[in-house]
Design a binder for this molecule. Sequence first.
Ligand code: CA
Length: 239
Amino acid sequence: MTAINTGAAGRVLIVEDEAPLARVVASYLERESFEVEIVGNGIDAIERARETAPTLIVLDLGLPGVDGVEVCRTVRTFSDCYIIMLTARAEEVDKLVGLSVGADDYLTKPFSPRELVARVRAMLRRPRAVPGGAREQPRTARFGPLAIDFDGREVHLHDELVDLTRTEFDVLAALAEHPHRAFSRHQLITRVWGAGWVGDEHLVDVHIGKVRRKLDDDPASPMFVRTVRGVGYRMGPGE
Ligand code: CA
């Protein structure tokens, strides 16, 4: 494990109006050496996210006043921290995924705090830029007008910076590092979310969809991210 610049594993903001649940989640994350803060409504969540720049936000969907979707959207205008959303019903996940609110992961209540911790660990294990470029991966890749800087974690299209979230970058980078290889959703999940991730693999499609929109890439005749029928995705233009 790497990361850690504060002595703790990072800061977590828990946004949950059910105080007992918030406290249980907090105690599990504190055991993982996170610095934890709990808030019970959306307004406070946005304010604290701005002020404390958390590493991760555990965000309940059903909040009094400003709901989780709105909190997520607002936080995304100024932060690319990890966001796990908690929902009361499984169907809500589909709805949220459809809305593309910008969360990195979703958990349906009731969930075991251990599962939450496993998801958090998997998220934080995702590849980061390594100073000095000690990793054995290409530093940059170019696909026509698209340039990917793996170490700097930047993507340019026609020389303009594309604003991708961490997850979107990681999905694109996973494909671009092996441009001749087709990846299944499961393989992408393992590379991006980590082997411990458990959930609906169609989460990959959501992030691919967002990357495509930001790259102005038409799925029907893609320039960059191509659907491989019955498999998943690979880098490169369609036939
Ligand atoms: Ca709630």
